[in-house]
Design a binder for this molecule. Structure first.
Ligand SMILES: *[C@@H]1O[C@H](CO)[C@@H](O)[C@H](O)[C@H]1NC(C)=O
Ligand SMILES: *[C@@H]1O[C@H](CO)[C@@H](O)[C@H](O)[C@H]1NC(C)=O
Ligand SMILES: *[C@@H]1O[C@H](CO)[C@@H](O)[C@H](O)[C@H]1NC(C)=O
Ligand SMILES: *[C@@H]1O[C@H](CO)[C@@H](O)[C@H](O)[C@H]1NC(C)=O
Length: 238
């Protein structure tokens, strides 16, 4: 058993019943990808449904990657959707909920290193089950093995720093959990490793990387660049 004390009880960690946060998605609802620093692809990534936009740089490598929607590059539409995505990020990222550091069974662990017992460092989610709520990771979040989001309701995860999915790790929705109710607000980059599955809408402050076969259902909104390498599809759900 591994238990690192937190300021919240286990009951709070698995409690639900919070009122949903009201979010104005603006024009993001028709966009699957929004990036500031360009959208690049190497290989046959896709298909990517929904519209895409970048406010800086360009969209490269499609084809061979497959984009099905409208491409907006450095135009007013791109500026608007970026502003709307940033507004969502600015709303979600400061939200305070349950600080996730550890669970008694060790399925959520904090890797120390430059961090500390209070949750700085890397927080690994390995097989953990979450009910609806707001969950805060102070520094890096790594989904090491499949996690399950269980139950109808809103799920919001915030991270102080990077968000990572290990190879093959999936975000699984169960018992009424709906992808349109899942949000990540990440203070730095995202790296969705080979064969991983991301479900939800990801609002990040820096680059997003989609590796071989990584797929996403929802939408990806980045304050940096977005790089795809032989990735799987991105299916817009808003
Ligand atoms: C967290 O996951 C990473 C990546 O799989 C691993 O290198 C690290 O050892 C894990 N840390 C803990 C404390 O389990
Ligand atoms: C993750 O979930 C998928 C889909 O249910 C499953 O095929 C895969 O085996 C799971 N991976 C692990 C490590 O349990
Ligand atoms: C993303 O993660 C993979 C391992 O899963 C690693 O090989 C790669 O270097 C990482 N890329 C970035 C940009 O962090
Ligand atoms: C992103 O992809 C582009 C085009 O393949 C490449 O030039 C650039 O180095 C990549 N950036 C990072 C940070 O991996």
């Amino acid at each position: 058993m591994k238990f690192i004390s937190t300021s919240v009880s286990l009951a709070a960690l698995f409690a639900s019943g919070l009122a949903d946060v009201e979010i104005d998605f603006g024009t993001t609802t028709s966009f699957s990808l929004v990036a500031v620093g360009g959208i690049n692809n190497v290989g046959t990534s896709g298909p990517i449904t929904g519209d895409v936009a970048t406010t800086g740089h360009t969209v490269n490598g499609f084809p061979a990657g497959a984009l099905e929607g409208t491409v907006n590059t450095r135009n007013a539409v791109a500026d608007q959707v970026r502003a709307d995505a940033l507004a969502v990020y600015n709303q979600l990222h400061p939200l305070q909920g349950t600080l996730v550091t550890a669970t008694p069974d060790g399925t959520i662990t904090v890797e120390k290193g430059p961090g500390d017992l209070d949750g700085h460092g890397t927080t690994n989610f390995s097989g953990a089950v979450f009910t609806p709520g707001i969950y805060n990771v102070l520094s890096i979040l790594e989904v090491v093995t499949n996690i399950t989001l269980s139950g109808a309701g809103q799920f919001i995860f915030t991270t102080g720093s990077h968000t990572r999915l290990s190879p093959g790790a999936q975000i699984i929705l169960a018992d009424g959990a709906d992808v349109s109710n899942v949000f990540f607000a990440s203070g730095d980059s995202a790296n969705f490793s080979s064969g991983s599955l991301f479900q939800g809408r990801f609002f990040g402050d820096s680059a997003v990387f989609m590796q071989d076969g990584a797929t996403a259902i929802g939408g990806l909104y980045s304050g940096g660049l977005m790089n795809f390498t032989n990735a799987g599809g991105v299916t817009l759900v808003s």
